[in-house]
Ligand binder design. Structure first.
Ligand SMILES: [Zn+2]
Ligand SMILES: [Zn+2]
Length: 260
């Protein structure tokens, strides 16, 4: 049975473990090695379970722990070409690490992993679609200003999707952020609002997705309660617990995982 552990999820730190009892992969490493180690302990996972790390993009909330993680564990790093170039240039990966550019699907920990482009304000960014050895499929899709056709195609058919629900529109508008930052977040290459996430969640559940995890919530412009209720409302007559399961990824793991 495949499992997903959202270890860290917010605008400040992101990292998710996907695998089974034999091992798995990390998507992003946006917390310090110390915090990552603690998160693994809380989840009763040995660090040796991580067989590779896949990076979505080079923003610090996704890579700040990457150098120490690769130094301490020696695991290989996968990512899109321009993202890897930037990480290497900025020396954010330990020297001697194996680094693989992901043009097509890669295999790690008995899973097939492919990336898909996401619209975000960085040199290059992607989400990941993961097929486990027993044929279950999940995707991690955060840091995107809007849902493109490519994104949608890659999310369809997933049993589970970890989808961004970054901000509540009212909270962002009335919040303390400077105007330029509000505009950046709202832009086509910024982040996904709760309403946009809800609209996408509805399409996904109608297409067979049964498990949703909302992630990358802003701690200033959103709350877990508002994100949860907005998406639940967007799913209209679909019934929670019968048609789908919905959770909000915690800022920092409590040790909880979701099977899919
Ligand atoms: Zn981010
Ligand atoms: Zn980002």
């Amino acid at each position: 049975m495949a499992r997903i552990y959202p270890l860290f999820s917010s605008s400040k730190a992101n990292s998710t473990f996907i695998g089974d009892s034999r091992g798995g992969i990390l998507i992003d490493a946006g917390a310090s090695f110390k915090r990552m180690t603690e998160a693994f302990q809380k989840s009763s996972l040995p660090l040796s379970a991580i067989q590779a790390v896949f990076i979505t993009h080079s923003h610090s909330d996704h890579v700040s722990g990457l150098k120490m993680l690769t130094k301490k564990t020696g695991i290989p790093v996968f990512g899109q070409e321009k993202t890897l170039e930037e990480l290497l240039k900025k020396e954010l990966i330990a020297p001697c690490s194996e680094v693989y550019s992901l043009d097509d699907a890669a295999a790690a920990a008995d899973m097939e992993i492919s990336c898909f482009d996401t619209p975000h304000d960085t040199v290059q960014s992607c989400g990941y679609r993961i097929k486990t050895s027993d044929g279950r499929v999940c995707a991690v899709c955060t840091d995107l200003g809007h849902v493109t056709k490519t994104v949608e195609e890659n999310l369809y058919g997933c049993d589970l999707v970890l989808l961004e629900a970054n901000y509540d529109e009212k909270m962002l508008t009335n919040g303390i952020y400077p105007y330029y930052l509000k505009e950046r977040i709202r832009s086509d290459h910024g982040h996904l609002s709760n309403n946009a996430s809800a609209a996408q969640a509805e399409k996904l559940v109608r297409n067979g997705t049964t498990r949703l995890i909302l992630g990358h919530l802003s701690q200033d412009n959103n709350t877990p309660y508002i994100a949860d209720k907005t998406v639940e409302k967007g799913l209209k007559e679909l019934v929670r617990g019968r048609d789908y399961l919905l959770e909000v990824a915690p800022v920092e793991t409590t040790g909880k995982m979701m099977v899919f």
